[in-house]
Design a protein around this ligand. Structure first.
Ligand code: NAD
Length: 305
């Protein structure tokens, strides 16, 4: 595990307030504890805070208590929760000391990140958007890809913390740009799952064993990380999350919003968004996003679940 650089015993250990200790936030906070930071965690679920304390962190019973820090990280489900925790009454901005570095790592709408950064700047808080890719495993291993939007000096101030959480940390542009890159990531991931699902339906309906067939695809130009990591579980119809359909539905909405704001047409993204919406409507919201296969099967009357 990487450790804090340039901190001698004479210097105080920096404090990181961490709000949102869920599937992703819990292992990320744990990695910061292991790296030597003083991590003060808050979540609406007290059990999640207790887990962090058991792992060497500290408990904050409110957002305000988690804000008494040099850095605050938020890892929350969606835009409304970030707005509530950061901009709301008794939120981060109300309690922040000037100079605080606020790192929102949730996947939210780019426009919300821009608004957060503007209001933060008015209070002397340096806010950046830093959504991630790499899933729970990347969070556990500290190997996330992190796409960062914000002012260069603020991104550099956050970099020592981000380097403990991810392997690929890239400053992609001003506030909101990190979220736009994440939206692009999610439309590629959703589209790839949809086509792998259609390939499986075609193969099986044609009497071809999908296992070896996808092995060949994975080694050719059609190869992808999704085929590499998920083909076996998809063929076996194992859909434990992972990344839930519900969250991907949210992300396809963000991608479509971003497209509208940028005045571009993304027809394939729109179609994939409908397939993800169908998965949710069919009751698969809590399953992994690879469960798009169930929608593809249903369209052909081949769903035997
Ligand atoms: P999660 O639902 O497991 O965790 C969110 C946590 O936030 C929960 O523990 C919840 O109790 C807490 N929370 C909600 N509202 C709160 C509030 N007002 N105050 C304090 N705590 C609050 O979600 P997750 O899977 O950890 O995802 C978090 C973010 O990361 C999402 O935006 C998601 O899209 C993104 N993401 C997730 C994955 C993944 O594989 N799970 C991968 C990349 C990005």
């Amino acid at each position: 595990m990487r450790e804090l650089a340039n901190v001698t015993s004479a210097q105080p250990v920096p404090t990181v307030g961490f709000v949102g200790l869920g599937i992703m936030g819990a292992p990320m906070a744990r990695n910061l504890v292991r790296a030597g930071y003083r991590v003060v965690g808050h979540d609406v679920s007290p059990a999640r805070v207790r887990q962090l304390v058991a792992e060497g962190g500290w408990a904050a019973d409110s957002v305000a208590a988690a804000t008494d820090a040099e850095f605050v990280i938020t890892m929350l489900p969606d835009s409304p929760q970030v707005e509530e925790v950061v901009l709301g009454p008794d939120g981060v901005l109300e309690h922040a000391k000037p100079g605080l570095v606020l790192i929102d790592m949730s996947t939210i709408r780019p426009q919300t990140s821009v608004r957060v950064a503007r209001q933060a700047a008015d209070r002397g808080v340096r806010a950046i958007d830093a959504p991630v890719s790499g899933g729970e495993k990347g969070a556990i291993d500290g190997t996330l890809s992190i796409m960062v939007g914000g002012a260069t000096e603020d991104v550099e101030a956050a970099r020592p913390v981000l380097d403990m959480l991810g392997r690929t940390v890239v400053h992609v542009g001003p506030s909101g740009a990190g979220q736009t890159v994440k939206a692009a990531n999610q439309l590629v991931v959703g589209g790839t799952y949809a086509l792998v699902a259609e390939a499986i339906v075609l193969l099986e309906a044609s009497g071809v064993d999908a296992g070896p067939a996808l092995d060949v695809l994975a080694g050719g130009l059609a190869g992808s990380r999704i085929l590499e990591l998920k083909r076996a579980s998809m063929v076996a119809r194992e859909f434990a999350p992972g990344f839930r359909i519900d969250l991907h539905h949210k992300d396809m909405g963000i991608a479509q919003d971003a497209a509208r704001a940028a005045d571009v047409a993304l027809p394939v993204t729109a179609l994939v968004a409908q397939l993800v919406a169908a998965a949710r409507a069919q009751g698969h919201g809590a399953l992994d996003h690879s469960a798009l296969l169930l929608v593809a099967e249903t369209l052909s009357g081949r769903n035997h679940r």
